[in-house]
Design a protein around this ligand. Structure first.
Ligand SMILES: Cc1ncc(COP(=O)(O)O)c(C=O)c1O
Length: 392
């Protein structure tokens, strides 16, 4: 999900959040034909049409849709266990990674508990923490020049009395993984601090929603840090966001602690069947990842040639700094008027002067580039003293 883009949906939730505007709302607000709307704000890179068709041909889904899915999602769990190289008892299935994150918050955040969030990062960690209601402790990341890496000593300090630490690698919206060894070192420190204080270590969530784009995972760290929950999804590199399937991978006793909070059938029979087939098709995944990385390089080159270079990214999105928020909002407005929806950040966000663009199909990305080529020359000059990259 994404929150609070330039075109915000109403009404806001009771906690004050609003989910992204729908295509229909953007169309009505900006007077653009519904068919012309393209979402560059949701990090969903379209799959080639034959992939979806091939997967749908798995046919009758192995079970009539007049029935509920088996409450243990047996075949999907078997496929995930094989793909991720973990035991079936170490897996929990959810309606997207978002439901997994929600289950973590419900299982491990009591009212008033503290949850550490290295920022900027995926906004749902803060939202789910506040919903408990627990206390989000934001720890700013290192600056863009350090790849927005974790500030490890600060996270360690903040985690001393925390119930949960939310980590994301590769991180959304900054697009980069944590430096090699940083998460393992942090987990060692958290374990040592907890042992020294005679209390249990915080639950650490490692959201690997974009892991397939780099081809590596830190899932093996659960062996040395028994409070680690790794989160994976079918939404990004598998290009199956509409099916809503995500996974928690964790030591079996942590899975058992989350299990009671899970609805018995939030993932549909077609979703179970198609995602199980997708997990068993590594060639299709490889093709997707290669296609996205080639297109990401093409989009990054085109942005650079317009004088608005994107930061480095290993994921299916690019983060672009515009020097100040006025310029970023002018670009967002110009794009929305053309039916192209970028991800914007609120005025108080560390990346308020940036926009995030999903890498989509070559045709859709060409529309984005053509629009930017029209908009960028009309922008006001950057405000005096505005940095090209905002420090978080
Ligand atoms: C870091 C991160 N985690 C989780 C999600 C949600 O994924 P899903 O579609 O599986 O709910 C997103 C979606 O943008 C994301 O960026």
């Amino acid at each position: 999900m994404s929150q609070a883009p330039a075109a915000q949906a109403a009404p806001a939730t009771p906690l004050g959040y609003a989910w992204e505007a729908t295509d229909e709302q953007v169309s009505a607000r900006y007077g653009v034909a519904l068919s012309a709307i393209v979402r560059f704000d949701l990090n969903t890179s379209p799959a080639p049409p034959d992939l979806a068709l091939r997967l749908l041909r798995v046919g009758a889904f192995g079970r009539p849709i007049s029935e509920y899915p088996p409450s243990d999602y047996r075949d999907l769990v078997a496929a995930a266990a094989e793909t991720y190289g973990v035991g079936s008892d170490e897996l929990l299935v959810g309606a997207g990674a978002d439901e997994i994150l929600d289950l973590v918050a419900k299982a491990f955040l009591r009212p008033g508990a503290r949850a550490v969030i290295p920022t900027p990062t995926y906004a749902m960690y803060g939202i789910l923490t506040e919903q408990r209601p627990a206390q989000p402790i934001a720890v700013p990341r290192r600056p863009a020049s350090d790849g927005y890496a974790l500030d490890r000593p600060a996270v360690r300090e903040a985690a001393r009395d925390a119930a949960v630490v939310w980590l994301c690698s590769p991180n959304n919206p900054t697009g980069l993984p944590e430096p090699s060894g940083a998460i393992a070192a942090l987990l060692r420190e958290l374990r040592a601090d907890a042992d020294a204080a005679g209390r249990s270590a915080p639950v650490v969530v490692l959201d690997e929603a974009y892991a397939e784009f780099v081809g590596t995972s830190l899932v093996e760290l659960r062996a040395s840090y028994s409070r680690l929950i790794v989160v994976r999804t079918a939404s990004k590199a598998y290009a199956l966001a509409g099916l809503r399937v995500g996974f928690a991978i964790a030591p079996s006793d942590l899975v058992r602690e989350m299990e009671p909070y899970r609805p018995p059938g939030s993932v549909s029979i077609p979703s179970v069947a198609v995602v199980a087939a997708a997990l068993r098709d590594p060639d299709a995944l490889r093709e997707n990842v290669l296609r996205v990385s080639a297109e990401r390089a093409r989009l990054a080159d085109a942005l650079a040639s317009l004088g608005i270079p994107a930061g480095p990214s290993v994921a299916n999105f690019l983060l672009v700094g515009f020097g100040d928020r006025v310029r970023a909002m002018a670009v967002a407005d110009g794009l929305l008027r053309r039916g192209l929806v970028p991800r914007t950040f609120g005025a108080s966000h560390a990346l308020a002067d940036h926009l995030r663009f999903t890498v989509r199909s070559p045709l859709e990305d060409d529309r984005l580039m053509a629009a930017l080529a029209e908009i960028v020359p009309t922008l006001p000059h950057p405000a005096f003293g505005a940095a090209q990259e905002t420090k978080p």
